[in-house]
Ligand binder design. Structure first.
Ligand code: 13P
Length: 249
């Protein structure tokens, strides 16, 4: 039985007072003990969130990391080593906003995935198809390619210490959610793909869903066999909604 995971991605949202209030509300919330809850603040708000959440069960994730693991001359970047020092456990890799808006390539994504692992962070590899790709019937082949591009680079063993997030691009921030059945189909396909390389890793890996997850649709999504939790954007900026989603875990 896989454990459940809900991750809040705060993206480039919030000012200091907003983040302070959000983290304070989360720190005192009652959260389920049989799953894990993580939040990913922006780098500037990382230590603020860390301090406020220090005595809670909520763990920290980053939204990105540098393609170099250690310290060095790389202007504007934050490395896995620096994140580890800040008490970070997870790091999102290859979020669709970084792929599409910032032009992050598969090669960079694989490199970042490796860097996170090399410092003991858990990479959350984000994959997802665009609306055009879905309408053209390309969903499964796009997802497979995104997973395989990293897998071929890092090897299947690395997926033993990773999480995969399926986030259809057309469902992110749009209010459109993939139906539980649509999401389950993709999650099952990802697991099947990994099964071909290593049965035990495929069985153990957490595959979480992201894209307009709300308290109103979380139960249905979480009831699917291969959906092991959620990566929540907008609703994670609202403490009450986020706590409600976590309580459904
Ligand atoms: P929304 O929940 O706002 O759709 O965002 C999903 C997401 O991109 C999480 O990483």
């Amino acid at each position: 039985m896989r454990s459940r995971l809900v991750v809040g991605n705060w993206k480039m949202q919030g000012t200091v007072p907003v983040i302070e209030k959000l983290a304070t509300d989360l720190a005192v919330a009652e959260l389920p003990s049989d799953g894990e809850v993580a939040v990913c603040p922006g780098f500037l708000h990382f230590s603020l969130a860390q301090r406020i959440l220090a005595n809670s069960s909520i763990v920290l994730g980053a939204q990105d990391c540098a393609p170099e693991p250690g310290l060095g001359a790389l202007t504007g970047e934050v490395s896995a080593e620096q994140l580890l020092e800040m008490g970070c456990r997870y790091v999102l890799i290859g979020h669709s906003e970084r792929r599409t808006i910032l032009g992050e390539t598969e090669k960079t994504i694989a490199q970042k995935f490796k860097c996170a692992l090399s410092r003991g962070l858990t990479p959350i590899l984000c994959v997802g198809e665009s609306l055009e790709q879905r309408n053209e019937g390309l969903t499964l082949s796009v997802i497979k390619a995104q997973v395989m591009d990293v897998l071929e680079e890092v090897g299947i063993a690395s997926f033993g210490a990773a999480v995969i997030a399926y986030e259809p691009v057309w469902a992110i921030g749009t209010g459109l959610t993939a139906t539980a059945e649509q999401a389950q189909e993709v999650h099952a396909e990802i697991r099947h793909l990994l099964q071909g390389r290593n049965e035990s890793i495929a069985e153990r890996i957490q595959i979480i869903y992201g894209g307009s997850v709300k308290p109103s649709n979380a139960l249905r999504l979480f009831s699917m066999a291969d959906i092991d939790g959620a990566l929540v954007g907008g609703a994670s900026m609202n403490a009450q909604e986020f706590i409600e989603i976590c309580s459904i875990l």
